[in-house]
Each structure stands twice: as C-alpha cells, then as structure tokens.
Design a protein around this ligand. Structure first.
Ligand code: 4NP
Length: 157
C-alpha cells in the first residue's frame, strides 16, 4: 500500500453486473461499518454490459440483506486501473488470468483472488450466478460477506 493515501480496491468479474457490483456494495457497507477509509470500485473484464445497472436478481438479493446496488453502472477494466488500485480482487480463476494477461508485469502481485480473504471457505472462486437460479445470488452474497470481512481485517492491520 502506498503511504499517505487511503487504500483503493477494485472488484472484478466478467460482466460487472452480478458478482463484482455485489462485492462493491457488500464491501462498501461493511467497510463503512468498520470505520475503514477506503476507495472502492468494480469493473468487468468483458464489455457486453457497459453502462447497465446490476442484474435485477443481484439487486433484489442484495436489497434483501440491506445492500443497495441500484446506483452502480457496469464498466470494463481499463489500463489506468492497474495504476490506481492497490488491490485488484478477482472473483474467479478466469477473471484472475484475464487480469494477469492485461496487467503490466509489476502489477501482478496486486491482483489476488477475492476468496483468498476467506481461507476457511471451501470454494476458491465465486461461481457465476448469471445462468442459474436465485439461490446462486444468495450464495454469492454469503461468500462475499465472508471474504469482505477478511479483506477488512487485512486492510485494518
Ligand atoms: P458477472 O456475471 O460476471 O458476475 O457480472 C455475468 C454477467 C453476464 C454474463 C456472464 C457473467 N454474460 O455472459 O453476459
């Protein structure tokens, strides 16, 4: 982390309409509750949904737990992100590999799997809920709440 600046974290998935906006909203709420001053954003490796609101199922699942995803709009990861963010958190292995391909070499150590911050959880990747049922969105929330708390503990050290 660079000195004298609040940490900046970027959550990344494929479309930036399901998992990473959920991660952004969950982490924003829990970091604020923990009194952590941190810059937070999310983006997708793909461009299909740029400018769109989060998936209505992700918004509904989040709202049921008190998270507001409605102000968020999808964007694609851009070159400047690799300079701006101290930690770039990939939701799954594909996102991780795509980020490593796009990033300058010295940035790779700042690209990590989100679930590295939930070491007791059995899954290493947050599963893509886009083609599944509503229970997939609740499962994504369970995983991201656990990993967010681990990330908050890490940044608070
Ligand atoms: P996300 O989910 O990566 O969690 O936002 C997806 C959203 C859209 C698509 C795939 C995954 N898609 O193929 O359009």
């Amino acid at each position: 982390m660079s000195k004298g600046k609040r940490p900046a974290v970027l959550f990344v998935c494929l479309g930036n309409i399901c998992r990473s906006p959920t991660a952004e909203a969950v982490f924003r709420a829990r970091a604020a509750a923990a009194g952590l001053d941190v810059e937070i954003d999310s983006a997708g490796t793909g461009a299909w949904h740029v400018g769109k609101s989060p998936d209505p199922r992700a918004q509904a699942a989040g709202e049921a737990r008190g998270y507001d995803l409605s102000p968020l709009r999808a964007r694609q990861v851009k070159a400047a992100d690799f300079q701006r963010f101290d930690l770039i958190l990939a939701m799954d292995e594909d996102n991780y590999e795509m980020l490593c391909l796009k990033a300058p070499g010295d940035v790779r150590e700042r690209i990590v799997m989100m679930m590295d911050f939930a070491p007791d959880h059995p899954e290493r990747s947050v599963p893509d809920p886009y083609y599944g049922g509503d229970d997939g969105f609740a499962h994504v929330l369970d995983m991201l709440e656990e990993a967010s708390d681990g990330l908050i503990a890490h940044l608070s050290r």
